[in-house]
Design a binder for this molecule. Structure first.
Ligand code: ZN
Length: 133
């Protein structure tokens, strides 16, 4: 289960809208599936259908989390033109089974949809997402 404060989810959706028509991506950190921190990452692909996080930014976050004793809880990215489910490429590139994959779909820009998944060895499982105050 992914527990995410409403203001962080809103910030992710706002960033997805700002980045449109390109995909945006980032890291969510915290403890035991509870999101505490939001780390926006640069999408080095600058693409509307895939993303690569900047390795330098990613390394800086990993270092910061190690210092705080927090985990990487989720990786998020937006789907400007496709549904909120992992693409073939997302599944192929999901190499960290314990991390949640949060996807924001802007297919209907008036009504963005955010969904979370666990991806283990190519198998996608929807994950319950609880939005907290
Ligand atoms: Zn994707």
């Amino acid at each position: 289960m992914l527990k995410i404060p409403s203001q962080i989810l809103e910030a992710i959706i706002a960033r997805s809208q700002e980045g449109f028509p390109l995909e945006v991506c980032g890291i969510l950190s915290g403890v035991d599936g509870l999101v505490l921190g939001h780390h926006p990452m640069t999408n080095m692909d600058a693409s509307n259908e895939h993303f690569t996080m900047d390795p330098k930014e990613q390394f800086a976050v990993v270092k910061e989390l190690r210092r705080k004793g927090w985990d990487m809880v989720a990786i998020y990215h937006s789907h400007p033109e496709s549904p909120a489910r992992p693409s073939e490429e997302d599944i192929r590139l999901a190499l960290t089974p314990h991390v949640s994959h949060l996807i924001v779909s802007l297919m209907d820009r008036e009504a963005p949809v955010a969904k979370s998944f666990k991806i283990t060895d190519g198998v996608v499982e929807p994950e319950e997402m609880v939005v907290t105050e």
